[in-house]
Design a protein around this ligand. Sequence first.
Ligand code: ADP
Ligand code: TRP
Length: 321
Amino acid sequence: MRTLTGITPSGSLHIGNYFGAMRPAIEAQVRGDCFYFIADYHSMTSVTNPVERRAHTRGIALDWLACGLDPQSSVFWRQSDVPEVCELTWMIGSLTPMGLLERAHSYKDKTAKGIAANFGLFAYPVLMAADILLYDTQRVPVGRDQKQHVEMTRDIAIKFNETYGETFVVPESEIRDEVAVIPGLDGQKMSKSYGNTVEIFGDEAVLRKKIMGIKMDSRTPAEPKPDADKNLAIQLLRLFAPANVALDYENRLRAGGLGYGDLKKALFEHYWTYFAIARARRAELAANPDYVENVLREGALRARAVASVVLQRARKASGLE
Ligand code: ADP
Ligand code: TRP
């Protein structure tokens, strides 16, 4: 069962990325045959500073390795090190109806927010489809916001197969209900673009301040809170604390007597401890940039070995060869 996913290096990774995409991907490693990459071509639609792109790409490589990506068993590479994906983008883009791309939520959301549309932003799902199809992917672990892109990939694969004969594997998304949408500090979906994130790694004082700054209602600590299960700090605590501990806080909040300050303090401590081992590992890796660069280079060689076979199949089927 081949599993593949990518993360765009457009900022620091947050706990929404971690629970929605990274952790399922890391856990999938026990199944074997995992392909994970840093989607640096995708970052070109939002990041235009080369220094920033390099820094984010490197930072995300460190994040993945620190969180448990095992480069011995999984193939881990930088998207642009296998530029064949751009050739495939053109081949499948030529079969992708405009209407399909016009219906993409992410494109509609971005343009509605006033982000100027350009070809890259519009064609983004086609590049993503090429990422998936180029490696004969069967499973794509992602958060719910990416589901539509995987569905578009399926449509594109089916269209190509109908037009040129069986060429591509038709993939499926893997979305875990319990972590499909991790809420941000303001209760909306956590996203780099909404400025409501809790980073996986970062400065302790800054992160403590972010968590202590979560807005709560004005009920007094003593008041019972029958809606305790919907409290944002409780929802986040469930991600980091053992189930019985989170439930205990929820019950205390419901009964009255637990202040929001104490709850947020507990949330911070559990969050900080949760990533302690990964944090130490990240610091070690950061001190060894050659190691990380080598991992990505070797990963690109392994990725390319698969990509070239699939691309040739598509070239033959479509009459380019
Ligand atoms: P962002 O919205 O912060 O820009 P990306 O679009 O780069 O995040 O997402 C990278 C991966 O993380 C995707 O698989 C996406 O579905 C997942 N993801 C992002 N935000 C969340 C969230 N709040 N909850 C669950 N998964 C998320
Ligand atoms: N578009 C994805 C995101 O913003 C990143 C991505 C690029 C991806 N190519 C992919 C995810 C292929 C899964 C499979 O999060």
